[in-house]
Write a protein that binds this ligand. Structure first.
Ligand code: FAD
Length: 514
């Protein structure tokens, strides 16, 4: 049996992988995690996707146990600013528009809407605008019916998510890794703080040992490469090719700042903001105690100095003391993320770019798939292929969805934004775009494999970005009575107001939790 797992790397990927495997297999599998004191983690990655709650749920961790230690806050949406043009704003929340007579409200909005689609079709934008928490002080979710898997004693996984859970989290990445390290080591994970200098392979080329500077050789059956963009085992050692997405997604650099903030005075926005810039976009992630921000850009259009200047101007005087973290990004994925007895999880496996916060989602997907496809002594190649297919499809699907963010904007006012309209498209996306500009996507006309995003997210992005959205509603809606849809649009508005009045502010809720 495969009993001995060695994880190389102690960033978010390393510790999420270690603790998840431990939660899945207990002491039937021994887990060693080796991390360098010398090689820093990437230091960003603080906004998540709504499926993240299954990770904490699987570990048996309630919000009050981990959120205060990680300075975490709630994220209900991404707010897109200036993507369509200066001053334009829309939300992409974790909320499926309701169905009326078989059509989502977004479809009806094309026929009946007067105000911005997000405020008319969804309740979460109002909670975002008013800095509300998604829960009442007693811990009840704002709309109980949205909460699937109500029995908290039953562990859940991403694969079981049937309804759209209405929020994700923001957290301090370094604090989360430290929290998980303590949680994991208390439950038997061996933590080795050391540098790996060499790796030993057997005669078949399978990894047999990591050779560390101070702790000697560390043997294992299965090795998980969590060394970040380096891909020390999967790429450097095993030579697995990396397939770039750069032709479709040009952003290859970022500069990040950690900015102090007075959350008690200013409140905590329950959303990530993505603000379009001349050569990319800036993220703003409000945690309980500070703000994380960064400019993601393409170095064909903007130098690192210019990017840092733009970011500092954007943030203002609060960033004066903050040290800039300049990051080169490797955009794409390994041809295979599982090769011989090595599985890459995290940035070593693939990364699309920070837009839509999918890096940690990929980690969670990778480790859930690893548990499902965990090998026995036969290392069945069919199972390994199934793993690689699931991981590749997930990344490729997100690549297509993010490419839509650039192609789908009406904005073309700088060389960077003009080029987004001329760049080649993935084949899988090109054939769908024509259809979507005639009518909003149906479940059968979006990327068909699991990649975290449902058709409704495509609706919201197409309508928000404006460049490729249908101009008219479906003709069929002229032949269906629209009274029920009008009533539902009115209900959304009324419920939004009720919720804003009933829910506490995110700051007040978290202050109690902390
Ligand atoms: P790293 O953090 O780079 O960790 C690598 C580990 O390997 C370190 O512990 C290091 O010490 C160890 N290591 C390396 N070499 C050796 C050696 N020789 N010996 C021993 N140890 C070694 N994701 C999101 O979900 N949301 C976001 O908002 C988001 N924003 C991002 C913004 C940017 C600019 C970037 C680049 C990424 C972002 N991501 C985001 C992705 C997210 O940051 C990563 O998925 C996450 O941090 C996991 O990184 P990692 O653990 O794979 O790698």
């Amino acid at each position: 049996m495969v009993r001995n797992v060695v994880i190389l790397g102690g960033g978010t990927a390393g510790w999420m992988t270690a603790t998840y495997l431990q939660a899945a297999f207990g002491d039937r599998v021994s887990i060693t995690l080796v991390e360098s004191r010398r090689v820093a983690t990437i230091g960003v990655g603080e906004a998540t996707f709504s499926t993240i709650r299954h990770f904490f749920d699987y570990l048996g961790l309630a919000e009050e146990e981990w959120m205060p230690s990680c300075n975490a806050s709630y994220k209900l949406a991404i707010r897109f600013e200036n993507w369509r043009g200066p001053g334009h704003v829309f939300y992409h929340p974790f909320e499926r528009p309701r169905l009326v007579d078989g059509y989502p409200l977004t479809e009806w909005w094309l026929k009946l809407g007067r105000d911005p689609f997000d405020r008319e079709c969804l309740v979460l934008p109002a909670l975002c605008e008013n800095l509300r928490a998604p829960k009442h002080f007693d811990g009840d979710l704002f709309e109980r019916s949205l909460h699937d898997g109500g029995d908290t004693k039953r562990r859940s996984t991403m694969a079981q998510q049937e309804t759209q859970f209405p929020y994700a989290y923001h957290f301090d990445a370094a604090l989360l890794a430290e929290f998980l390290a303590e949680f994991g080591t208390q439950r038997g994970i061996r933590r080795v703080l050391d540098d790996v200098r060499e790796v030993t392979q057997d005669e078949r080329g399978w990894i047999s040992h990591l050779v560390t500077a101070e702790h000697g050789e560390i043997a294992g059956d299965l090795f998980v490469d969590c060394t970040g963009f380096r891909g020390m085992l999967i790429n450097d050692l095993l030579g697995e090719p990396f397939e770039s997405y750069q032709d479709f997604l040009p952003n290859n650099r970022a500069v990040a700042l950690r900015v102090p903030a007075d959350m008690e005075r200013d409140g905590i926005k329950p959303y990530t903001t993505a603000t379009a810039q001349d050569s990319g976009w800036i993220w703003t992630i409000p945690l309980f105690h500070r703000i994380g921000t960064g400019y993601v850009y393409a170095d064909d259009y903007c130098s690192p100095e210019e990017a840092e200047r733009t970011l500092r101007e954007f943030v203002g005087s609060a960033a004066e003391e903050a040290e800039a973290n300049h990051i080169r990004m490797r955009i794409g994925r390994n041809r295979n993320s599982w090769v011989r007895n090595c599985v890459a999880i995290g940035l070593s496996s693939g990364f699309v770019e920070p837009l839509e916060s999918t890096g940690i989602f990929f980690i969670q997907h990778g480790v859930e798939q690893l548990v499902r496809h965990f090998p026995d002594e036969n290392w069945d190649p069919t199972r390994i292929t199934a793993y690689n297919t699931a991981v590749a499809r997930c990344l490729d699907g997100v690549r297509d969805f993010l490419t839509l963010h650039y192609r789908g904007t009406a904005r073309a006012d700088t060389p960077y934004w003009k080029a987004t309209k001329e760049r080649v498209l993935p084949d899988t996306l090109a054939e769908r775009l024509d259809l979507w500009s005639a009518q909003l996507p149906d479940p059968g006309t979006v990327y068909p494999y699991y990649h975290g995003f449902e058709p409704y997210s495509y609706h919201l992005m197409l309508l928000g970005l404006g460049g490729q959205a249908p101009r008219r509603h479906r003709p069929a809606l002229d032949l269906v009575p629209d009274g029920a849809a009008r009533q539902e649009l009115r209900r959304v508005r009324a419920q939004s107001e009720e919720l804003v009045n009933a829910l506490p502010s995110q700051h007040d809720y978290l202050a109690r939790l902390h």
